[in-house]
Design a protein around this ligand. Structure first.
Ligand code: NAD
Length: 498
């Protein structure tokens, strides 16, 4: 079915984009296909801190005129940029699948959500960003939503398009300019998107540099950057907060998660569709999603039956293979350090006596042996405080643990440094009562992960899962400063002497 997409093209070469132009770098780095690391999918530039300075300068120069451009015009610009992305989307699917490893359906889903959010941001912007005028006994107050200036957007590899466009559209519509730095583990498709979108915008409004922590440090310390929009690991965020502290930058941080699924005693283990949704919530994008269910707590009264039915459902849904195989549901892991991280957690669980059960089917053993593949697993018998339970695995393995009573279940869910999303599975009213007690930015009932995501509502984390929100109205307001203009009738306080 997807053979027509598989055709290997010439490696894609992408560059930095500074002030509307592609800027060549002296050196380049290769991005391999994780399903077949011998295949180079493309090259990105090795940018320097100096390149980052130039990109920030370009964004700073472009800012005043862009900020003064009427909102309606900025929205029109954005709609043209989105149209350009939409038009080229079909050619992005194979590129994203090849550089990332995610199956074609998953790459298509990522593009769909990227476009849907950006269009929604355009649709709501006039109402959300409208100024408010209040007449009152002391005179008149006008409250405007002003842009902040230059935004540095730093994004991870797992959803490179969705997590970049989640920042680009609201930041630019609100009148900011941007320098975006994608992850070196999936830099190609997002660079094409930025190239196309930047081409529809005034020069300097949207810039991009490549690199890792070195370039990241410039983006997070440069005094001309007003705001950091970061999605990535919690550990990285601690460095970013330190870097940004000297110039007190505004920040939105979307960080790690160790999301729990809490399965209540009245969950119907024979509900095959619900069980399938839970399996998908654990293994979509090979488990490499911030908001995927990474630990499952099941009421002891149904634990044995649950495990049996779960394995059945997982064995049906999980089909591991190359992104372009027509039957694939789970691709390779994106990169080797991530493979090692997941392996370490599984080995550790085994050494503590846990049982590790392989799940699903490998579609082609030869393909599997070549790439960064890992057989998905279910981990039984882990301790509540074992690393596989308390650390974010970000890969195709999930611990399932029993609990005895609801209070304990809720405590286990909340006993985490993270609080991104969560899910409760069972009779709806009962699940809702429990959901209200969970410490997480989003709680879904009888579904989880992307299946329960709605871009019209704010997304973000409690605790060390982040600061601020993306998506929804808040996802737009996060790129604005409140500016109050007071025109008081008198303008003097009565207690100040003449
Ligand atoms: P990462 O933190 O390693 O890298 C994220 C980005 O930060 C990359 O572009 C990287 O080059 C850059 N970076 C690294 N060090 C930096 C520094 N010192 N200064 C500035 N930038 C620096 O994360 P990753 O491995 O790419 O992504 C996986 C992590 O992202 C997981 O923890 C996952 O949960 C999290 N994530 C969170 C969300 C969310 O919305 N909350 C979404 C997706 C992924």
């Amino acid at each position: 079915m997807h053979e027509e997409l598989r055709i290997a093209t010439e490696p894609v070469v992408v560059q930095a984009i500074i002030n509307g132009k592609q800027v060549a770098a002296e050196k380049r780095y290769a991005r391999e296909n994780p399903a077949n690391p011998e295949e180079i999918v493309g090259y990105g530039p090795v940018n320097t801190r100096e390149d980052a300075v130039q990109a920030i300068d370009a964004a700073a120069v472009a800012f005043p005129a862009w900020a003064q451009t009427p909102l309606r015009e900025r929205i029109e610009y954005m709609r043209r940029a989105i149209a350009r992305f939409r038009e080229a989307a079909p050619e992005l699917v194979p590129l994203l699948s090849r550089e990332h490893g995610k199956p074609v359906y998953d790459a298509q889903g990522e593009i769909f959500v990227s476009l849907a959010w950006m269009e929604y941001a355009c649709d709501i912007a006039e109402e959300v960003l409208a100024e408010k005028v209040e007449q009152h006994e002391n005179g008149k107050t006008i409250i405007t939503r002003d842009p902040m200036g230059v935004v540095a957007a730093i994004t991870p590899w797992n959803y490179p398009l969705a997590l970049s466009t989640i920042k680009i559209a609201p930041a630019l519509i609100a009148g900011n300019t941007m320098v975006l730095k994608p992850s070196p583990f999936a830099p190609l498709a997002v660079s094409k998107v930025v190239e196309w979108m930047a081409g529809e915008l005034p020069a300097g409004v949207l810039n991009m540099v490549h690199g890792d922590a070195d370039v990241g440090v410039e983006l997070t310390t440069n005094p001309k950057v007003a705001k950091i929009a970061f999605t990535g690991g919690t550990k990285t965020a601690t460095h970013i907060m330190k870097s940004a502290s000297d110039t007190i930058k505004n920040m939105t941080l979307e960080l790690g998660g160790n999301d729990a699924a809490l399965v209540l005693s009245d969950f119907d283990v024979n509900d095959e569709r619900a069980m399938r949704r839970l399996v998908i919530s654990n293994f979509l994008t090979t488990g490499q999603i911030c908001m995927i269910a990474k630990r499952v707590y099941v009421h002891r009264s149904i634990y044995t039956a649950f495990v049996e039915k779960y394995i059945e459902a997982a064995n049906k849904w999980i089909r591991v293979g190359d992104a372009f195989h027509p039957d694939v549901t789970v691709g390779p892991i994106n990169n080797l350090p991530q493979v090692r991280h997941v392996e370490r957690l599984i080995e550790d669980a085994k050494s503590r006596g846990a049982q590790v059960i392989p799940l699903g089917r490998i579609l082609d053993e030869n393909v599997f042996a070549k790439g960064y593949f890992m057989q998905p697993t279910l981990v039984l018998g882990a301790g509540y405080d074992d690393p596989i339970v308390v650390e974010e695995q970000f890969g195709p393995t999930v611990p399932v643990l029993p609990y005895d009573d609801e209070e304990q279940g809720i405590q286990l869910v909340n006993n985490s440094i993270y609080g991104l999303t969560s899910s409760v599975w069972g009779e709806e009213e009962h699940a809702l009562r429990v959901a209200r007690r969970i410490e997480a930015g989003t709680t879904m009932i009888n579904t989880a992960a992307i299946q329960g995501l709605d871009i019209r509502y704010p997304f973000g984390g409690f605790k060390q899962s982040g600061i601020g929100r993306e998506y929804g109205v808040e996802g737009l307001l996060g790129y604005t400063e409140l500016h109050v203009i007071n025109i008081p009738k008198v303008g003097e306080l009565p207690n100040i002497p003449e």
